[in-house]
Design a protein around this ligand. Structure first.
Ligand SMILES: [Zn+2]
Length: 134
């Protein structure tokens, strides 16, 4: 069964296009400098509409996680057990993602991770997932 693939919207299209070249983008507000994730048309901090795309470092740490031993949906059945995590990036935003490249039992809060581009979607976009540093 194919993996569920997120759709792109006009608002998120720059993010998704950048994944084709393995760049992790995030928005930053020109008025108050807040980092804005997920993609929006207004800054949630100051309501300014001058949001610019910047490249994120791709480095961060596991804020929290869960090991999925039963698939969240049938499309993920072949991947169990897998790790769903909230990763806090150096820029300060938190992304819902998967941690790959290690045993689920090795994942812990505060673990240093970096973006990995292992998951290519059928249209050439990539899902940003994270793996342990080093
Ligand atoms: Zn702002």
């Amino acid at each position: 069964m194919p993996r569920l693939e997120p759709s792109s919207t006009p608002l998120s299209e720059p993010f998704w296009e950048a994944t084709r070249s393995k760049q992790l983008l995030v928005q930053r507000c020109d008025e108050c400098q807040a980092v804005v994730w997920y993609p929006r048309d207004r800054c949630p901090s100051c309501l300014g509409d001058q949001l610019r795309w910047i490249e994120a470092s791709g480095r961060g740490e596991v804020h929290t996680f869960n090991v999925m031993r039963k698939p969240g949906n049938p499309m993920m059945a072949d991947l169990t057990p897998y790790v769903i995590a909230l990763v806090e990036l150096e820029e300060g935003h938190r992304m819902a993602t998967n941690v790959v490249g290690c045993e689920p039992e090795e994942v812990h809060c505060g673990m240093a991770v970096e973006v990995a581009w292992d998951v290519e979607l059928t249209d050439g976009r990539r899902l940003p997932v994270f793996r342990p540093v080093g």
